[in-house]
Design a binder for this molecule. Sequence first.
Ligand SMILES: Nc1ncnc2c1ncn2[C@@H]1O[C@H](COP(=O)(O)OP(=O)(O)OP(=O)(O)O)[C@@H](O)[C@H]1O
Length: 341
Amino acid sequence: MITLQKLAKVFNTKDGAVTAVDDIDLTIDQGEIFGVIGYSGAGKSTLIRMLNMLEAPSEGTVEVAGKPMHTLKNRQLREARQEIGMIFQHFNLLWSRTVAENIAFPLEIKGLSKSEQKERVDELIKLVGLEGRGGSYPSQLSGGQKQRVGIARALANNPKVLLCDEATSALDPKTTDSILDLLVDINKKLGLTIVLITHEMHVIRKICHRVAVMENGKIVEQGDVLDIFRRPRQEMTKEFVKQVTEPEETEEALNHLFGEEGIGQVLQLTFVGGETQRPLITDVIRQFEVDISILQGKISQTQHGSYGSLYISMRGDKNTVKEAVDYIRAQQVEVEVIHGG
Ligand SMILES: Nc1ncnc2c1ncn2[C@@H]1O[C@H](COP(=O)(O)OP(=O)(O)OP(=O)(O)O)[C@@H](O)[C@H]1O
């Protein structure tokens, strides 16, 4: 559905050239929810804005829904853009227009009759759960409701692709989740391809099928969300995975524990899918002369199944501990020795 080849963007500023996107190759399949994660300045916004040519590439090609976007101009570009909806962090609504009038805006531009517009607006209002609010003005809505208007407007022309530029970054955690649920719902109902950019791994975990990690304009790692959680390779990816698997206070609490006598070896186990339900710890203590204390555990859900993260401390004879760790590794469970290795 989307193919990027050797895509690059260089901004020429007073202080010299800034390479925002650096030689990116990427393919996104139809019906996929694809996330791009990175810290501020990584180049995410520039990348997503090149998908609909809000930003023109310096080099490379962008193909969306079979159209070579980088070659199109004027009318052809306007037509191609109708296949690509977009939502923004700060909603970009028209404040002097009601909810219904905001949603109708792209339909007006397309030249639909008043009655056709009304019919489509009613459908969209229902789709995004804003029944009864069509006559309200944006200033009378909550942040979550404003983003629902943004989504309805972006979907008005039945696009094939929806681009989400930090669409939940201005919302509180509960509202974020309700908007993410809506995006999953729309993806399933309409078979829409969704590309989102974010700096929050929670967003990736909750709704994305695949993810790319961006740093300094490049994609440094990409893959299925579950695989990335299970085996992050790059330091940057590990940091993002920690946002979800390791609450902030964990590191502090563990560091405190490391100072205690007899803590033994502290291990982080990561397991996915059916493995999350295996009685692994029972197996280990039945087979090896080791003592295990569970320090912290968590199971999280992704679009492709669950994964768990468990911190344990293991004590016993050095060789036996090593054998027990090797045994756990042989069960397809990732083991990281984080203390006493
Ligand atoms: N119009 C512009 N002119 C000059 N430099 C720009 C422009 N837009 C972006 N940049 C630079 O390109 C780099 C990437 O910016 P970009 O906004 O794409 O990153 P980002 O990952 O989306 O970060 P953020 O979430 O903070 O927007 C930054 O160094 C930024 O300063």
